[in-house]
Write a protein of this length. Structure first.
Length: 337
């Protein structure tokens, strides 16, 4: 089996070299280990140091965001014929020594996607990591609660940057967010019935370091919720639009009932004529939303079929790429002889 370690990096010259050097050189059951660094438009020595440390480096011309960096890495990992992909943050928060534990459920066939859980211990207790800010901890808990509701599965951490994917998960994964990929990955794979598991991992927070993804909590929450909002809209349109229509429907119904009762009592709707019109307007909005939901739900089958076609196209594309690479290696070997 071939393992690819993916490290999205942006201006991480202080930690990138030591992280690469700490990655295990051999893991039981793994034939080859490749380290792939996606330099997301760094302006420091991140790319050069990563190359010197022995990593394959792919550079973006500008900073596109960790979501775009992950997608670039995902495609290159498939081109490298990865059987398992592990992505780990470049800042040194996670110990690379935990990689064998993280990939074990995939190697034993018990899961296709393993996400590190920073908050759960092996005894099942939930704790805030040392030096993690309380507001960030609270925000992560709320995000996990939201994703758990949307996927109808129970998670305590959906934002961890230390994860492992089987080839099946990689081929199924289709992401759209540039800003981040963590929560969208859960939604995308959960809706495709990919087996998801979590594993307690140790994390180190540096009090003097500001997160580049969640440096501004309000901005981070807004952009993350926006990605979740669009993903849930696309995967569960009937439930999504039905939920949107419930509030105006009941407000409109309440206005209509009040106006109707007044009419029965006094024989006219004045002075509540405007209230009756508002009721009709709100109910109409609700009905339109529900109709849109029904129509969108009809297109879900088309999207599912398109993603399935995309899955087989990717499988064929990367199989051909791997065959071509093998042929080139054989040709070079023959030329050397």
């Amino acid at each position: 089996m071939k393992l690819v370690i993916l490290i999205p990096a942006y201006n991480e010259e202080q930690t990138i070299e030591s992280l690469i050097e700490s990655i295990p050189k051999t893991i039981s059951g793994i034939e080859t280990i490749s380290i792939l660094v996606i330099d997301d438009g760094s302006t420091d020595k991140t790319a050069n140091l990563a190359k010197t440390a022995g990593a394959i480096v792919i550079s973006h011309n500008q900073n596109l965001g960790v979501g775009s960096a992950f997608k670039t890495g995902l495609n290159h990992a498939l081109e490298l014929d990865a059987d398992i992909l592990v992505n780990i943050d470049a800042d040194g928060q996670f110990s690379a020594k935990q990689i064998p534990l993280l990939i074990d459920p995939i190697m034993t066939g018990n899961a296709d996607f393993i996400s590190g859980d920073r908050f759960r211990d092996y005894d099942g207790s939930i704790n805030k990591p040392e030096d993690m800010s309380s507001i960030k901890y609270w925000g992560n808990k709320q995000m996990a609660r939201l994703i758990s509701i949307l996927t109808q599965k129970q998670f305590t951490d959906v934002s961890c940057g230390f994860r492992a994917y089987s080839k099946e998960a990689l081929l199924n994964l289709n992401l759209t967010g540039r800003f981040t990929y963590t929560q969208e990955t859960f939604l995308d794979l959960a809706n495709k019935d990919v087996i998801i598991s979590t594993l307690p991992v140790k994390v180190t927070y540096f009090p003097d370091r500001k997160s580049r993804v969640a440096g501004n909590i309000g901005h981070y929450i807004y952009r993350t919720v926006n990605i979740i909002f669009r993903t849930y809209r696309d995967y569960r349109p009937l439930r999504f639009f039905t939920g949107l229509g419930i509030i105006p429907f009941f407000f409109g119904l309440a206005c209509g009932i009040f106006t109707f009762i007044h009419y029965l009592n006094v024989g006219k709707i004045t002075p509540y004529k405007s209230l009756g019109i508002i009721g009709i307007y709100l109910i109409s909005i609700a009905l339109i939303l529900w109709i849109v939901g029904i129509l969108a739900d009809m297109f879900v089958r088309l999207r599912i079929n398109q993603e399935r076609i995309l899955y087989f196209l990717k499988k064929k594309q990367y199989s051909n790429t791997q065959d071509n690479n093998r042929e080139l290696k054989q040709m070079n070997y023959s030329d050397d002889k």
